[in-house]
Design a protein around this ligand. Structure first.
Ligand code: OX2
Length: 829
């Protein structure tokens, strides 16, 4: 019967149907159909959310139509596919982006207008999926956009957190976290696939012995089991191709409930269901510090085993041999969060599919590649052995076996000594015993990469030094990138259109073409249009900030923005020191040439990170003081934009004049916000850290404000015994600024509130703010000098954009494809 059905349905004829066409009339008809038949509403009773949902369904139909074509060509061509494993994604709102990628924004707007609906109102309603903390999750989503756009067969796996990253509100200057209920009104973009579900075991014990045929066999007798069900969100690339975001949701296994239920223990059955569902309840809101929480380990294993079981199923249903898995799938580990996949694939191949160890190891190593995103010691994941053994007893045995074989190899074939061996072991035995996930990922992968040139070098020099010595060819660099579709075309459409009117729109999929703007950098009329758009964007942001915070800023001011996670290494407090120095000097009647500036911050702090939360309070306290002081508030304003997420970010980048990238050198692996600002015409003030180094190389030294110590100087300072207190004593101006923080002037006379921050800077200053202070202040003077020359500023702004081609995520994905995955785009007919 199935055969007959599929024979009768011709995809081409479905896609040609008048309802699914891209015309305004068809969109209108589909919209009304979706409203009536999709959600059972008549227009008179439809709420705004009903209208949004109906439009989303209308667009989703058209995405699926594209998808079916992509899927068909993938299976016809038997192409190698990428499986991207990431515990985090930050896709941002889908609606506007999908309209843009389908190129149907204009006719959709008209269709809605004819129905008396404002498209922008519907776009504004969408709750974005906050399934990540920051850069790492957003990078995964940019990569998915590029995979789809380039037409590389790809499936991205992750976790369908019921509650994503918390919503941030500011109360009395402090961050308060609210639960993110992004699924509250449903999610029209996803499709549940109840038939794609896998069992996931936890705990229990292992049994070793012969099976009925006398073959040695390990059996894992679990303590509990849950089920992971697939939820698919189609991700459309620009003009056509598609990729899938497949997120797993944890559910109870029916039979477990029934057992208890039959015994009359209804409450135990319900409890089992609740406990099962807990696994995918909530995203851990820490950017880079891992707490060693059992539930977190369960989340990681849960999504990894579902994904690997799915990959194996997809491989086998094509009639392929399991021993060729690595020829058909390149599996990328986005940091160590999914690194347990190395042990899990070994388990699936050896215990479940009965392959011998050597064959399984060959497949495993050739499937996996690992991306490292940080050198911060507190972010390097490690699991205590007792905790790990409790959750994953069989995996502990497998990891011991992997480790044993690896250590034997380096001891005998490479004559490593005991100290080196202890340093490279997967097990850290220096105190309480831990599993080092970065070592597992490195040993089990054929490729290890960092995310900027500098970071990849430091990775080889420091964290994975001995491994780089052992396997130099395993290590490479892929500098991060961002999608120009969302972060220029969509979020800064007027600028995108201006660019296209001068150089055509080839840049959208070939960002290097922005170079064609260079000749116009000195063209006065182009400069004028350029700066006019910037001013409009600033007006728009000013209006939004006023609505969000009540603070009014003049769009003519220099918009100086720092937007990123709040973290000491990112040095938001260095920016605060600068702001206070400006404030104190203005009060003294100095700085007569200072150009009016709006200092804008945005970013979330991990709920348990006390110092980061105190920093937010400090910023808001400075804002209160400055904004109310009529002696200065026509020259400076300070605003903290609450709830930094993709939606708000899309309003920030286009409005920035100055981008703050001021982390201590050697700390930021890459950064991607730095790229988003620059692509929107902001000039960067920054240190030689992460991808800043490459941005400066590309845009030219003259078009980048550089300050601060280099990595080498940071190292030298540390070795010499860095004494921040000496700098405090020597620099009178800095002393005034620091003392002002604890004077009580910012805190209604309370001299204790900011004391921890103050003392940390004076006596430890682990991120060397004091060492970089004067250099930063001086550099800011240069910024203001240039701002007084609008033509020069405009020229540099244009050159920044013209030279950002390298930082397209399309380039990053091509690098991954060529260097690591060995995949090629499908040819869609
Ligand atoms: C971030 C890094 O801190 C940032 O520098 C980088 O741009 C981003 O990942 C994408 O590569 N968690 N977040 C990161 O690393 C970790 C771990």
């Amino acid at each position: 019967d199935e055969k007959k059905f599929s024979d009768k349905i011709n995809i081409a004829s479905t896609s040609g149907s008048s309802r699914i066409s891209h015309s305004k009339e068809a969109i209108k008809a589909s919209f009304l159909d979706s409203l009536f038949y999709g959600i059972g509403r008549v227009p008179a009773l439809a709420t705004p959310n009903d209208r949004y949902t109906a439009l989303a369904l209308t667009i989703r139909d058209r995405i699926f139509q594209q998808f079916i074509l992509t899927t068909e060509s993938i299976s016809k061509q038997d192409a190698r596919a990428v499986a991207y494993l990431s515990a985090e994604y930050l896709p941002g709102p889908h609606l506007a982006n999908n309209l843009l990628n389908l190129e149907i924004t204009a006719q959709t707007r008209e269709a809605m207008e004819e129905l008396g609906i404002e498209l922008d109102d519907l776009i504004a309603i969408e709750e974005e999926p906050g399934l990540g903390n920051g850069g790492l999750g957003r990078l995964a989503s940019c990569y998915l956009d590029s995979l789809a756009t380039l037409g590389i067969p790809a499936i991205a796996y992750g976790i369908r957190y019921e509650f994503g990253i918390f919503d941030q509100v500011i109360k009395d200057g402090w961050q308060v976290e609210l639960t993110d209920k992004w699924l509250h009104y449903g999610n029209p973009w996803e499709v549940v696939r109840p038939e794609i579900a896998y069992e996931v075991k936890f705990g229990g014990r292992t049994e070793h012995g012969a099976d009925s045929n006398g073959k040695f066999q390990v059996t894992w007798v679990p303590g509990s089991e849950v089920k992971g069900t697939a939820y698919d969100t189609p991700i459309l690339g620009y003009k056509g191709n598609g990729a899938v975001l497949r997120l797993w949701r944890a559910e109870a296994i029916e039979s477990f409930d029934f057992a208890a239920f039959n015994l009359g223990d209804y409450y135990r059955a319900v409890e089992a269901k609740m406990l099962s569902e807990n696994i995918t309840k909530v995203l851990y809101p820490n950017d880079q510090a891992q707490g060693g929480k059992e539930l977190r380990l369960k989340q990681q294993y849960f999504f990894v085993t579902c994904s690997l079981q799915d990959i194996i199923r997809l491989h086998l249903i094509q009639g392929r041999n399991l021993e060729r898995l690595h020829e058909k799938f390149a599996i990328q580990l986005n940091d160590t969060h999914p690194a347990i996949a190395i042990a899990e694939l070994m388990r699936l191949l050896v215990d479940v599919h009965q392959l011998d160890w050597a064959k399984a190891w060959h497949i495993t190593q050739n499937c996996f590649a690992y991306t490292n995103h940080t050198l911060l010691p507190e972010a390097l994941e490690k699991w205590s052995i007792p905790l790990f053994e409790k959750v994953l007893p069989r995996h502990l045995e497998i990891i011991y076996e992997i480790n044993h074989r690896f250590l034997e190899e380096i001891r005998h074939q490479h004559s490593y000594n005991n100290a080196q061996i202890a340093g490279m072991s997967i097990i850290d035995e220096s105190g309480e015993r831990y599993i080092r996930m970065a070592h597992l990922a490195t040993i089990g992968s054929h490729s290890v990469n960092g995310v900027s040139a500098m970071h990849s070098e430091l990775l080889k020099k420091e964290v994975l030094h001995d491994f780089a010595g052992l396997w130099p060819d395993k290590f490479c660099n892929v500098t991060n990138g961002i999608t120009p579709r969302r972060f220029l075309y969509l979020s800064n459409t007027p600028l995108a259109e201006l660019i296209s009117s001068y150089i055509g729109n080839g840049w959208i999929t070939d960002l290097d073409q922005l170079r064609k703007l260079e000749p116009y950098a000195d063209d006065v009329s182009f400069q004028n249009s350029w700066m006019e758009i910037k001013l409009n964007n600033k007006q728009h942001l000013a209006a939004l900030l006023q609505k969000q915070t009540g603070i009014e800023i003049d769009p003519a001011m220099l918009f100086d923005i720092q937007a990123k996670r709040i973290h000491e290494y990112k040095r938001q407090h260095l920016k605060v020191l600068h702001i206070l120095s400006v404030y104190l000097r203005l009060k003294k009647g100095e700085l007569i040439n200072f150009s009016p500036s709006a200092f804008i911050f945005a970013g979330k702090a991990a709920p348990g990170y006390i110092m980061a939360k105190l920093l937010i309070k400090l910023i808001n306290s400075v804002a209160d003081l400055v904004n109310q002081d009529t002696e200065v508030n026509d020259k400076m304003k300070v605003v903290f934009m609450p709830d930094f997420n993709v939606k708000n970010a899309q309003n920030l980048y286009p409005a920035a004049d100055l981008s703050e990238q001021i982390s201590m050198a050697g700390m930021e692996a890459s950064g991607t916000g730095n790229m988003k600002f620059s692509l929107n015409g902001a000039l960067t003030i920054g240190t030689l850290d992460g991808a800043n180094v490459e941005i400066r190389q590309e845009v030219g030294e003259d078009n980048f404000f550089l300050f601060g110590l280099s990595v080498e100087q940071v190292q030298a300072n540390k070795t010499a015994g860095y004494q921040p207190y000496d700098i405090y004593q020597q620099n009178q101006h800095l002393r005034e600024v620091l003392d002002f923080i604890v004077s009580g002037a910012l805190s209604q006379g309370d001299t204790q509130l900011f004391r921890p921050l103050y003392e940390n800077l004076l006596y430890q200053d682990p991120f060397m703010l004091l060492a970089d202070y004067q250099s930063y202040i001086d550099c800011q003077e240069q910024v203001h000098e240039l701002w007084r020359e609008p033509k020069e500023w405009a020229r540099k702004s244009i050159l920044n954009v013209a030279r950002m081609g390298k930082f397209s995520s399309d380039r990053s994905i091509r690098d991954y494809s060529d260097l690591i995955w060995k995949v090629t785009p499908i040819n869609k007919k």
